[in-house]
Design a protein around this ligand. Structure first.
Ligand SMILES: C[S@@+](CC[C@H](N)C(=O)[O-])C[C@H]1O[C@@H](n2cnc3c(N)ncnc32)[C@H](O)[C@@H]1O
Length: 320
């Protein structure tokens, strides 16, 4: 009996508590409103957030459009500079050809290295006050990895509008009708360049080999020599030894393609001064100093009487 009474008392208490809770809600309607207000506030904030995100997005795409328009204007301006100022100079100058026929003998890494050197050549030529027209030969589309690397370069399409072309043909086909104007540059030639002739095509072997393919460019040039009359492709090395004034250099200093390319342009930029051109381009690690034109002229005048060259050696005819 007592237990029954206890249970009933507990049930009464529980009902009272329940009523009190219900009463709490009825007595404090502000709590519900607060919750509602908080929900509205959160929804408002979400709305404001979405608006500011949309505004930020619009501002970003406006900025992007502005950046693109500025870039296009800069590109147009550069193209005008090329078309109106540089192209006439380039068209009147000698040409440079990079012979890429050595690709099958190079490793993937060397091929990528050559593509990088061609990029430097493009940049040097574009910035030069006396650029030239130049081409890379033996680059068949879909087969040549060198070409694939170049096509992957940002802005490669503009290269073609600024003095650079590629050809699937080998140089002996591309220049087949004027092989007498072709001078194949190789550090292994017996002849030194004396000057540059605007009618000529100067060929640089597209080789990155860390000295693995010794004499490859010379052999290639010899395979292109004309008939028995001694005509056809000539070879020449840069006149490095002839212009050394101090420091040391290997007996046959072999340079990277882009350095050879830049030396040819600098020679013209510095008023046909090999000493200044070599000094400006050759990496300092080669540790050499070169005789500049004015000093050379003084030495030449003094040596002329003795029938020698400016360095006191026997006079050689050289190649232009
Ligand atoms: C890294 S070299 C390649 C060396 C390679 N073993 C060879 O047979 O020429 C790249 C190219 O730059 C040119 N070159 C390098 N040093 C030169 C120099 N001292 N005189 C003329 N051309 C040079 C040549 O056309 C050469 O093929």
């Amino acid at each position: 009996m007592a237990k029954k009474a206890e249970r009933k008392a507990r049930e009464r208490d529980a009902k009272k508590k329940e009523k009190r809770h219900l009463g709490d809600d009825l007595l404090a309607p502000g709590v519900g409103q607060q919750q509602q207000q908080q929900q509205q506030l959160a929804a408002g904030e979400r709305g404001a957030d979405a608006t500011s995100k949309a505004e930020a997005g619009a501002a970003a795409s406006k900025a992007e459009a502005g950046r693109r328009a500025r870039e296009e204007r800069r590109c147009d301006r550069r193209q005008r500079i090329w078309d109106e100022e540089k192209l006439p100079l380039a068209a009147a100058s000698f040409r440079i050809c990079v012979d890429c026929s050595f690709e099958p003998r190079m490793t993937e890494r060397e091929v990528a290295g050559l593509a990088k050197q061609l990029r430097y050549c493009y940049s040097v030529n574009w910035k030069s006050p006396n650029p030239c027209l130049w081409t890379a030969t033996d680059l068949p589309a879909g087969k040549s990895q060198i070409l694939a690397h170049l096509q992957g370069e940002v802005g490669f399409e503009t290269w073609r509008r600024r003095g650079f072309t590629t050809s699937a043909k080998p140089l002996e086909v591309l220049y087949g009708d004027r092989l007498d104007d072709v001078v194949y540059l190789t550090g292994d030639s017996d002849e030194a360049l004396t000057d540059l002739d605007d009618r000529n095509v100067y060929v640089i072997g597209g080789i990155v080999d860390r000295n693995r393919l010794k004499g490859a460019a010379l052999r290639r040039a010899e395979s292109l020599k004309g008939g028995g009359a001694g005509g056809g492709v000539k070879t020449a090395r840069l006149p490095i030894a002839e212009h050394l004034d101090g420091g040391k250099m290997n007996s046959t200093p072999i340079l990277a393609c882009n350095h050879v390319f830049e030396i040819l342009l600098k020679y013209r930029e510095f008023g046909n001064d090999w000493g200044r051109a070599l000094d400006a381009v050759l990496p300092r690690r080669k540790g050499a100093r070169f005789v500049k034109k004015r000093e050379e002229e003084k030495r030449t005048t003094a040596a002329a009487a003795a029938g020698k060259d400016a360095n006191g050696g026997p006079k050689t005819s050289g190649v232009k």
